[in-house]
Write a protein that binds this ligand. Structure first.
Ligand SMILES: Cc1ncc(COP(=O)(O)O)c(C=O)c1O
Length: 399
């Protein structure tokens, strides 16, 4: 068997064997979802892995804005932004994102993956150095690889290691440091004050992915800089528009010149279709809703504390991070899948995250809460995870 056939066979066989054991949780045919609940196979369950952190899916004003855009512009733009696909809605979204992010300008891409991939590969190239946290999102890693720059993976959230790596960069060589603000599988927060200081001292550019901090951290959900009481320390601010913002897309915010450069030189902007107008309208309306309904951020932050305290009280080891992403690390894939099955059978949808999405032997349930959950629902999720932790793990050890 050739390499290609072997690769295909391995993955297809694994999927088949999980399906046969009723342990396949991917590609669920979702019939309805509102952030706190999801309907699958006619059964409405509590959603314990949603990234709609502010509970804004199906928000009336956001849906109405998307519908009006659909009515006015139709479904697509039949083109790339640079040529014929730009609308006033895209321009208004970018101005609103820039104001929200506290930057001069912003550029929108049709996904967060593309925003990272496009910006990183446009900013650096052969002869440069890029430092990438070991637990950064795949879209950051792919952008670094595509760039052709010397790719240095640094230990997770280890700012002294970044300092040492930057100290070795030869004078005259450009360096870019890229990190997640909140790490998507672990829910911990980058040490921005220390990192910003190192980058400033070493003359490196700093890019931060705010996909899981927008709407989550800081007063008004403004993100990582406001969480730490810092302003303007990040040169390249990125976020997906598919988490707290219930849309599809991504952006880079920064100086006017940076944004102009990306609009003319980043290949995913120049050669790929514009974000659909309805998605742009939904994103634009969402930023207004986040500002108009600040209680949502406060409710989310209270739920985060409640979930983590509830899990700890139930004997589940969790850290005290201020984010709604709580990894419940079971270790191996099989235990994780059985915990997901335990939850599913009790009407709770909790996503298992397996290696290689996370490092080997750290497979986990990725539990999240949103502002749309009630306190009682947060308690139900914490209680079910604690039961799964107590019942599934000892049962496997005995079995
Ligand atoms: C940290 C991070 N960055 C980027 C992305 C990609 O965003 P999108 O889903 O909009 O392509 C994700 C989404 O999974 C993410 O978690």
């Amino acid at each position: 068997m050739g390499q290609i056939e072997q690769r295909i066979r391995e993955i297809a066989d694994r999927a088949r064997s999980l399906q046969a054991g009723d342990l396949y949780f991917y590609l669920q045919p979702v019939e309805a979802v509102d952030g706190a609940h999801v309907t699958i196979g006619g059964r409405t369950m509590l959603h314990a892995s949603s990234t709609s952190y502010l509970g804004l899916m199906r928000h009336r004003a956001i849906d109405a804005a998307a519908q009006a855009a659909l009515e006015h512009y139709g479904t697509g733009t039949h083109g790339v932004r640079l040529l014929a696909g730009n609308t006033d809605l895209h321009d208004r979204l970018e101005a609103r994102v820039a104001a929200f992010a506290g930057r001069q300008a912003a550029v929108a891409y049709s996904s967060g993956y593309l925003a990272n991939f496009a910006a990183i590969s446009a900013l650096i190239g052969r002869g440069d150095v890029v430092l990438c946290d070991k637990l950064n999102h795949a879209s950051i890693v792919d952008g670094c690889l595509l760039s052709g720059a010397r790719f240095v993976r640094v230990p997770h959230n280890d700012i002294p290691a970044i300092d040492q790596a930057l100290a070795k960069v030869p004078a005259g060589t450009s360096a870019l440091v890229v990190v997640d603000a909140v790490f998507s599988m672990d829910g911990d927060v980058i040490d921005l004050p220390a990192l910003a200081d190192v980058c400033r001292r070493r003359g490196a550019w700093l890019m931060v992915d705010e996909s899981h901090s927008l709407g989550v951290l800081g007063p008004g959900g403004r993100g990582i800089e406001s969480h730490f009481g810092l302003a303007g320390v990040i040169q390249v601010k990125m976020s997906s528009l598919s988490k707290s913002v219930p849309s599809a897309g991504g952006y880079i915010a920064g100086s006017a010149d940076l944004v102009s450069y990306l609009k003319h030189a980043s290949r995913a902007f120049v050669f790929s279709v514009a974000m659909p107008p309805a998605s742009a309208a939904a994103s634009l309306a969402t930023l207004d809703v986040i500002d108009a309904e600040p209680d949502r951020v406060a409710r989310l932050q209270a739920h985060v504390r409640r979930l983590r305290a509830g899990l700890r009280a139930g004997g589940v080891p969790v850290r005290d991070d201020p984010t709604p992403i709580v990894p419940v690390i079971a270790g191996d894939d099989d235990t994780t899948l059985r915990m997901a099955r335990f939850m599913f059978d009790r009407g709770i949808f909790a996503l298992p995250i397996l290696s290689p999405a996370v490092p080997p032997r750290t497979s986990r349930l990725r539990i999240t809460v949103t502002a749309a959950h009630t306190e009682q629902e947060v308690d139900t999720i914490a209680g079910a995870v604690a039961s799964a932790w107590r019942e599934v793990i000892p049962a496997l050890a005995e079995g």
